[in-house]
Design a protein around this ligand. Sequence first.
Ligand SMILES: [Fe+2]
Length: 278
Amino acid sequence: MNNGAAVQVRRRTRLWRTRVRRNRSLIVAFKIGRKIILYCYHNDTISKMSKRDWSVHPPYLYPDYKSTGLRAPTKPLMQLKHTLSELTGPVYGNDAISKYDNDLTKNAIKNGEPLGERIIVAGKVTDEIGRPIRNTLIEVWQANAAGRYIHKIDQHNAPLDPNFLGAGRCITDNEGNYKFYTIKPGAYPWGNHPNAWRPNHIHFSLFGNQIISRLVTQMYFPGDPLLQYDPVFLGVPEKGRKLLISQFKLDLTEESFALGYEFNIVLRGKNETPFETK
Ligand SMILES: [Fe+2]
């Protein structure tokens, strides 16, 4: 299914009916046209989600990261009770993903291969007690090998690559595993302070089983000398930083083709992968 068709399916998908069973598991029925799809959410998924450990996440306001001063809340946050829709959807299926969505070295080819160092980024997505999170959508976006995004705001004096879009997505398999093929992103200047450069990084967005397990974060590379100067990375409390650095894995490498990096992700709980600095 191409992207246009996938969008059409999402538009036609609607929540049809919900029913709570005696054991408190929840049945949710979606209708896509005339087709009905049932999902069962078990009691433990719905009611036992623990609170976030905010000590591993960055604060809303981190003065060295200047734009946080413009967007951080100025009043104390109010906690709202979770609603049913936050505890169930979103739900995605493999039919929304097309063949090369997880291969950024191929998904935007126009007249040749994208330039740069090919890499593989793979890992496992688990919940707070280590259970695999299946069929969850992972989206990634990144700069090209020269450190440039295809975006009108990005005016960095580095070349665009006509064969590299810098965006991809995939769905985790039954064991919670995912895999992307891509090009190692370059560092880029960002004007936060004199001579400010972002370390090589890939942006990640995950939905998980519930909207409240949504995570938006950044993956870094081991040994990057720019990490020690980067306020986005340093805004994450020290004990959470290592969770954002991928590990080089020789067994993920494909001989004569690409190096491999492992990046495991935990949604919610005390071992949760930290958010990016907002
Ligand atoms: Fe970025």
